[in-house]
Design a protein around this ligand. Sequence first.
Ligand SMILES: Cc1ncc(COP(=O)(O)O)c(C=O)c1O
Length: 444
Amino acid sequence: MNKNLNMLDETSQLILHRTPREDIQKGITILDKGEGVHLIDKEGKRYLDMEAGITRPVHVGYGRREIARAAFDQLCQLHYVTPCGFANQPAMDLAELLAQITPGKINRFTFECSGSEAVDSAMKLAKHCHYYRGNKASFKVISRKGAYHGVNGYGIRALGTVMPMRQIMEPVAPGAVFVESPYCYRCPFGLVYPHCDLKCARDIERTIEFENPELITAFIGEPVMQGFGALAPPAEYWTIVRDICDRYGILLIIDEVICGFGRTGKMFAIEHFGIQPDLLTMAKGITSGYVPLGAVGCTHEVMEPIENFFHLHTYGNHPVACAAALKNIDIMQQEGLIQNAHEMGQYFLAGLKTFEQHPIVGEARGTGLWLALDFTSDKKSRAPFPLDRLNHMIARARQLGVLFKIMGGAIEFAPPLIITKKDIDEALAVLDQCITEEEKEMGF
Ligand SMILES: Cc1ncc(COP(=O)(O)O)c(C=O)c1O
């Protein structure tokens, strides 16, 4: 009988993630089909998807039969291989390819089912490395306030201020240490770049001294942050962090779960900053969401001391997911999608910059095809913007057939990397209309 429903409601047996009961009572849209950059729901309504599946994995767009075929072929040949004591060819091929395209000296890889698992495994690898080197005491991980690193044990420990996801699960495993984020538009220290001398980065050293360097395993951070809406740090930020980690023997985990595979106009976002990570986490764009896959990469120096990685997921190094990833990355390379992300990102950002004239728009920013409009109810003081007003704007856009997302006090944009100027123009026009109508209602 479920099949006849066009909307999910409270009578459904399905539990949704992070969806308020109030929304379920109103009815939840059932998405039914995808074509290129468009989604179509069960009632036949078509949406321009400016968030690549809302959680942003869909880099190559919807309906790619080549990926389905690659997965199908592997399913027929050998659908499962244990990651413990045995290997499989697609996983080995994917590791070899990643060794070529990931930054710096990252050249060893293991595969999981999600970004959260990749983050957990990265932290476990970092801990194993310290342990086998003889530092058995280290257990603390430094993360930034406002960061997001997933929903599993270690990831939740390293969540910055994404509440209540963290709050409800507290107490979490000990060892979480938080530092401020490089959020220049609303600097946590009240300073102004470049006169701030990058206090947000330099202050990490004081935190390390306070926490005892011997006890710190790793620093984890997204090269461009999700938390406040597509937030790129100042150019020197990661060089300073890298230098501090090196001086204290702390491993640097760069979390590329969102940024990786072209989202920011380079294969990996850390390439914008010219530093080398010790460990790298990936997911989302690695398969464009066609099948679940997360990955961790690390350098020879991290892996070398580890006699045995005491870790086992039944679905680790999954051959079908790896076969799909290989085809997905091949499509991105063949179709020049990373270059498209760079070019379309610049075009999109130029359009968004003109919106800074709106009285409620504080800042337009973006790196490649990861962009945001940060809103404010007072341009001078940069006061936060009411969340219900943001919700109202994106609901209006959805009615008009365009999907956006809220992140912090911003509206965020992360479309599939196949997006065209025509699609961006359509999104900008709808956005402009929604902002203008909201401003009128607010009396601006
Ligand atoms: C930076 C970062 N790390 C980890 C995760 C968790 O990934 P997943 O949702 O696949 O578990 C996310 C998800 O958005 C993320 O943005």
